[in-house]
Design a protein around this ligand. Structure first.
Ligand SMILES: NC(=O)C1=CN([C@@H]2O[C@H](COP(=O)(O)OP(=O)(O)OC[C@H]3O[C@@H](n4cnc5c(N)ncnc54)[C@H](OP(=O)(O)O)[C@@H]3O)[C@@H](O)[C@H]2O)C=CC1
Ligand SMILES: CCCCC/C=C\CC(=O)/C=C/C=C/C=C\[C@@H](O)CCCC(=O)O
Length: 356
């Protein structure tokens, strides 16, 4: 029988046997998948998730079989789960997958793709919701960076800085969740562009890493006596730019330390994602008016048409050693919920990734 391109693996890394030239017995591929058993109420709990299996049918013309290698856990999954998912759905998310069987010449066996197929080990794709990874991916750079520094979080930093904040040399920039996937790239790209960069994070270990990475100042927002004083000490003249990943009470303090004509990029609000009742904060109109601030929310998918441009720029900085990556790798598909909840608790330093 035709089974896609010659050379389909007889044995895949996960030990799941699939059809191949040598082995004519057709073994069905059984995908493992994590579903949202119950919508989150407050902080996610282990029994909000359910692990299931799914027998995959034979490939049709134009289809490929994807085998997940790295899967991403991201903060957006928490608020988006309520917005775009129903109970029983497969958890949303992106993964780096290897094509292990193919009836589609655009995606030959052995190539790697970024796929938004969610939390699942194997996927049959018609090629429409997958993207080939950047060409000539260096052998010495893990493809997991396609989920972080040279992927959606890195592009978020790139466009948030260059399009929303329009940073320029000499700007004083503050970034929170600075030791995370987005924040780490924000700080380093801002340094590349000649800014003074202040970062904050939730552990002393993260703060030490930020200073090693070249942040001009960094502090642990959980242990400082006063956030207001810590911000003043880091930049007595205030801030030109604020890359906000956290929102909430943190941002109510920052806004009063913005310089005249300051610019604020509202990237995320992770301080509120797990709230049962929305937080009630200060009204910001007065500082917005008196300081004549510009504040803009954004979603990185706005620039999907410029994805290759940004990924090439990010990869170039990585190769030059100017943009360092840090990953928090959890091994084992069965640990996806733990990795997700750990990231929301701040256990990750750098991009949270699950390795199959
Ligand atoms: N607008 C867009 O297109 C995008 C927005 N985002 C947003 O950017 C932010 C960072 O995402 P990402 O880099 O992937 O995640 P991270 O890798 O930074 O991981 C999340 C981090 O957030 C911090 N955090 C968690 N809870 C709180 C809290 N209550 N208060 C303060 N900090 C908290 C923790 O670090 P710490 O130790 O510092 O507390 C944790 O490690 C998120 O808000 C996310 O939603 C991400 C991608 C795209
Ligand atoms: C308190 C409400 C906060 C609302 C903001 C929520 C999240 C901000 C954020 O993290 C946005 C992330 C955007 C990611 C963009 C593209 C994709 O990689 C994920 C798209 C989700 C999906 O459809 O799979």
């Amino acid at each position: 029988r035709e089974c896609g391109q010659a050379g389909a693996d007889a044995e895949s890394p996960t030990g799941v046997r699939i059809w191949g030239e040598k082995d004519y017995t057709l073994k069905m591929v059984v995908a493992k998948l994590w579903t949202l058993r119950k919508h989150f109420e407050g902080f996610p709990k282990k029994d909000d998730f359910e692990l299931k299996e799914e027998e995959l049918p034979e490939l049709k013309d134009g289809e490929v079989l994807l085998e997940a290698v790295f899967l991403s856990v991201d903060p957006y999954m928490r608020p988006y789960s309520k917005k775009i998912m129903k109970e029983g759905d497969i958890m949303i998310g992106t993964q780096i997958a290897r094509v292990s069987a193919s009836n589609n010449s655009k995606f030959p066996v052995g190539c790697y793709v970024v796929s938004s197929s969610g939390w699942r080990t194997h996927t049959i794709s018609d090629g429409k919701k997958i993207e080939l990874m950047l060409a000539d991916w260096p052998e010495n750079i893990s493809r997991s960076l396609g989920l972080g520094t040279v992927g959606m979080p890195g592009c978020t930093a790139y466009f948030g800085l260059l399009e929303i904040l329009q940073i320029k040399p000499g700007d004083v920039l503050l970034v929170n969740a600075a030791a995370g996937a987005v924040g780490m790239s924000v700080g380093q790209i801002a340094k590349i562009k000649g800014c003074k960069v202040i970062g904050c994070a939730g552990t002393d270990e993260k703060v030490a890493l930020l200073k090693q990475m070249g942040f001009d100042e960094a502090f642990n927002y959980k242990t400082v006596k006063s956030l207001d004083s810590a911000l003043k000490q880091a930049s007595p003249d205030g801030y030109d730019c604020y890359f906000d990943n956290v929102g909430g009470e943190f941002s109510n303090v920052v806004i009063n330390q913005m310089k005249q004509y300051g610019r604020i990029a509202v990237c995320g609000a992770i301080s509120g994602y797990n709230d049962v009742e929305p937080q009630k904060g200060a009204y910001i109109q007065a500082p917005m008016i008196f300081k004549q601030l510009r504040m803009q929310g954004f979603v990185v998918s706005t620039w999907n048409n410029r994805r290759e441009e940004s990924e090439k720029a990010l990869m170039a900085w990585v190769k030059e050693g100017k943009l360092k990556s840090k990953e928090h790798i959890t091994t084992g598909f069965e640990k996806m919920p733990d990795a997700f909840m750990g990231m929301l608790k701040g256990e990750n330093i750098g991009k949270a990734v699950v390795k199959i």
